[in-house]
Design a protein around this ligand. Sequence first.
Ligand code: ZN
Length: 209
Amino acid sequence: MLVARLFLISPLWVAYRFHETYHGPLHEEMSFSTLLIMSVVWYLILCWWDSGRAPRSAISVIIRNMALAYCVVWSFLLLFGAGWFFWYMISHVTVWVILFWQMVVHTIAHYYLYPFADPNYYSVRKAGWHPFWDVTPFNFDSELIKDGGFEEPEYTRFVPPTHWLNQCPVCWARQQTNFGVCWNCNYGADGDDTAYRERWGRPPPRPSR
Ligand SMILES: [Zn+2]
């Protein structure tokens, strides 16, 4: 995660070292302390962005995956004689342009589209799911982490079959249905659904009779 953040900051340093302005190299036009301050601010923004995501992939890691992918995509430019500086910068810039438009689209949809398309939208958002970070192919988390956002416990005796996709809100063991008593920690046996409501902000579903 540290490496991912430094990688995302690296274009600043590359530009600082190699970018030529009209008045000369950037490192003669801009002071080194300005570069340091910009890097620290950028780093803190990334830390803030990543906070509260675990065990989902950190946003820095997802953006790093995107940037690496675009480094590969744009690598054909090198064959056509483009300089490595241009290639490195355009790979990073592509990512940020895409992210900017994703943010615009998802912010609009957050208010005007998603809540109507899915009545549960605000509860899954509350549980930590994000319509871009947990959907993009650059997030390599398992489906279970993307959907539920929690690691399963170490199973010692019984391992739930793969098609069990609900998780217990207390021990995160996978369950066959989204109601009833947890086979692992006995959650639900006393009828106390506090854990579920804290997680989802609504009462648990009732079994259909
Ligand atoms: Zn449980």
